[in-house]
Design a protein around this ligand. Sequence first.
Ligand code: ATP
Ligand code: MG
Length: 569
Amino acid sequence: MSPIEPNNNNQPQRMDFIRQIIAEDCEKGTWGGRVHTRFPPEPNGYLHIGHAKSICLNFGIAQEFGGKCNLRFDDTNPSKEDQEYVDAIIEDVRWLGWDWEDRLYFASDYFQQMYDWAVELIKKGKAYVCDLSAEETRQYRGTLTEPGKNSPYRDRSVEENLDLFERMKNGEFPDGSRTLKAKIDMSHPNLNMRDPVMYRILHATHHRTGDKWCIYPMYDWAHGLEDSIEGITHSICTLEFENHRPLYDWFLDQLGIYHPRQIEFARLNLTYTVMSKRKLLRLVKENFVRGWDDPRMPTLRGLRRRGYSPEAIRNFCKVIGVNKFNSTVDYALLEHCLREDLNKTSPRVMAVLNPLKVVLTNYPDGQTELLEAINNPEDLSAGTRQVPFSKVLYIERDDFMENPPKKFYRLAPGREVRLRYGYLIKCQEVIKDSAGNIVELRCTYDPATRGGEAPDGRKVKATIHWVSAAHALDAEVRLYEHLFTKEDPEDVPEGQDFTVNINPDSLKILTGCKVEPSLKTTKPFDRLQFERLGYFCTDPDTRDGHLVFNRTVTLKDTWSKIQQKGDTE
Ligand code: ATP
Ligand code: MG
């Protein structure tokens, strides 16, 4: 079976080691030809771009191999989990473009089955109730170089274990006083196999099961059971679980139940980004950002608000591929994938972020003409629109220099430039205020150059964007830089943490920007290109005629440059 192109993206799906394994399994008929994966988030935070890698891998494989992928909440730790996160995760996976049909599952729905299986292990003499504290358990475990010691409670009778475990479940004991442990081998070279904890006592209200349970299963015990119950064929997880695989296998083998295959891959790390939910939570809680959906956050909500399209993120996940070695992906590659998509899909509009007034002295007072502008030169089916032109315009302050250096070809005293979709104009006079600041340019336009070409064939070097002052709308524009000043935010002096590397200038707010009137009807999350300035996205703060735009990314593609340099070296 060969993988097919999902989602009609432009990047073909590459064969990686996981797809190789699955293709071989299909060929051999290992799972009766079935492919069934799952994406198992813990609802203790919002999804981030790292999760997108896992989502695209699991759902992508299911799609390519004609299989299924479940969305399953691994909700086994009520102290950190919340319905708010469940709802957000559902929304975000859907936004990314994936569909689990009717297969939305919760680990908490399996609590009774897990409990029954634990009782079975106790009966088989493979699990025991232990009264060691968490600290004592750590001490008994030993180290990588030293074997552990058997717990003094290890040889309790099956009857006593059954009795104590039931009483644990019934809420007779305080938090932390007892655990249920697997009876494996305290001198096993793999520390995870040294009598790992299966259940702990936690009197906490669960967002789904309420107060029904006061013992909760540990990840290693629960995860394989969840996979087994759902008939998963390939349980794909990140590399740090490689050392847990023997335990995953042990539990399923002891119970003799359906046994999926765990496969590990390297998690995504990105430069200038922290990805752990704990750290992202700190950024939100300590007000380093405005919320989980702050456009500087690597969360899917943050990226969405920033202007990322699901297609761009899915393409990025294809481009990075999967492998077995931890590495860090250059943020510029993510932005490259973003530009590739936005270039094809974003309507072009004109906006002036830092306006300078231009008066066309020879243009008739009170006249407005409509100029035809192309909505997207990359997609002519997007059509054209009419942009009003009149006597007073705004141009970008940066597009004028009173004393231009050699290579500056834009507007300057006595110099002619082309207005995008409009006329050639020539700067005749510079008006300044009493402090010497330039406040206005007086220019003339050449009526014979409508459309931008001079009939006499004279050349102008630059084309600049503009808006008509009488028609323009006011807007607030938010410009973003990386949230961290260092490629590796964890690179910090002794005793400090990643927050010392936060970029104090990661958000710059511009007010008094001017945008063309077609943006009157823009809606939150619309993605646009402001000509010559970059890609922008309408922010959800836009309301009641107050327009707010986020700069998604500039036009300059540093990744392509890096690549070209690499090619010629
Ligand atoms: P964190 O370390 O941020 O708390 P997590 O791994 O505990 O993340 P889960 O909700 O358990 O978060 O993750 C759900 C799935 O997403 C898991 O299968 C996990 O392996 C995967 N995942 C999480 N982070 C990444 C990442 N950076 N790259 C790839 N996959 C990831
Ligand atoms: Mg996890």
